[in-house]
Design a protein around this ligand. Structure first.
Ligand code: DAH
Length: 353
């Protein structure tokens, strides 16, 4: 048997292999169950001791050599194959998405309106904050100057999580984020906090879950005129009406003093509402100067003053985009979403300055 020739041809074939299958065939041909060398190794036992020493060592050395070259070649081929596949499957991430693929998916008006509000308030210098949906009684009420037995508690139609001694509630407004921010942040403070809120109420104008956004600005020398200017700027940008008028009506909230409700002007012609024109008024939000008790409850000793405001996101969306019924927001009706939803490709034209 001319081992040298066989060895050489085996090594040549490993070297010449250009695919994983090919390489596997070479392995089987020489070292498979009935491989040429497997047979030789098996027949070693028939040789004399002297021959075994020579041939056995030679064959075993070759076997080690064969498998180490095979493994190097295997890595080489696999690398090559992976790179080739990567090249063939290359996706250009800078390619624009195809609009037709998104035709049936729309951004929900709540998300869209929240994004708009976030973008405007962010550009006006407020920082995004959030608080928990499950809130404790202290943050939701007491710290906001609504002590136990205060009539304002009844107005909130609270969902109490009674398993825990009435201590926890589903937050009835986003105002508790004022307390959380005051407690953790250093002054000056400029934050806004959009999110879900809950009240045990359901009719055309109320759903048990709805959304609000809270705003809070605290610094030395903040006055009511800062608040007026801020909300006027916000509303003009949000409703895209430079001539929008705001009316501040005295009101009452336990956590602000003085407090106001804000109306915007509109006219209604043949059922169509136009903001910024006419002399009818529509309420859109509540606001005021932070009550000293709120600072006290947040352990803040300061000469700073602040303003706060809170608004309902569904209400803002309905006024801006004309949905007639609040409950539709949460019905998951695809036809409604198709009609009132927003394209992913819509460009925001809400500019600031
Ligand atoms: N939390 C009030 C509500 O849910 C809204 C509100 C009014 C928030 C006045 C404020 C504010 O920050 O100053 O009805």
């Amino acid at each position: 048997m001319d081992y040298d020739k066989l060895i050489q041809s085996a090594l040549n074939e490993v070297q010449a292999s250009s695919s994983s299958e090919n390489l596997e065939k070479v392995r089987v041909k020489y070292f498979g169950k009935n491989g040429l060398f497997t047979k030789e190794l098996k027949s070693l036992s028939t040789l004399s001791t002297e021959q075994k020493k020579v041939v056995g060592v030679k064959l075993n050395d070759f076997k080690n050599d064969f498998f180490s070259k095979l493994s190097i070649k295997k890595d080489e081929i696999e690398n090559y194959e992976i790179n080739k596949k990567l090249e063939e499957d290359f996706v250009d991430p800078s390619l624009p998405a195809r609009e037709k693929n998104f035709i049936n998916s729309k951004i929900h008006p709540i998300s869209h309106t929240m994004n708009e509000i976030t973008s405007i308030l962010g550009n006006m210098g407020l920082v995004y904050e959030e608080g928990p949906d499950i809130e404790d009684d202290f943050h939701n009420f007491t710290a906001l100057n609504i002590p136990k037995d205060h009539p304002a508690r009844q107005m909130h139609d609270t969902f109490y999580l009674d398993s825990i001694e009435d201590k926890y509630v589903l937050r009835t407004h986003t105002s508790p984020v004022q307390i959380r921010s005051l407690k953790k942040k250093k002054l000056p403070l400029r934050i806004f906090a959009p999110g879900r809120t809950y009240r045990c109420d359901s009719d055309i104008t109320h759903t048990p879950m709805f959304h609000q956004v809270e705003g809070l600005v605290v610094d030395e020398g903040i006055t009511f005129s800062n608040l007026k200017w801020f909300l006027e700027s916000f509303c003009k940008i949000f409703f895209k009406k430079d001539n929008l008028k705001l009316r501040f009506r005295p009101s009452y909230f336990p956590f602000t003093e003085p407090s106001a409700e804000v109306d915007i002007n509109y006219k209604k012609v043949s059922g169509k509402i136009t903001f910024g024109e006419g002399n009818q008024w529509m309420e859109i939000l509540g606001c005021g100067m932070v009550h000293p008790e709120v600072f006290k409850m947040s352990n803040i000793k300061t000469n700073a003053t602040g303003f706060a405001f809170g608004m309902g996101i569904e209400r803002l969306a309905m006024l801006k985009y004309g949905m007639p019924d609040l409950r539709d927001f949460f019905d998951n009706d695809l036809k409604w979403l198709e009609h009132y939803g927003f394209s992913f490709f819509e460009k925001s034209d809400l500019s600031w300055r």
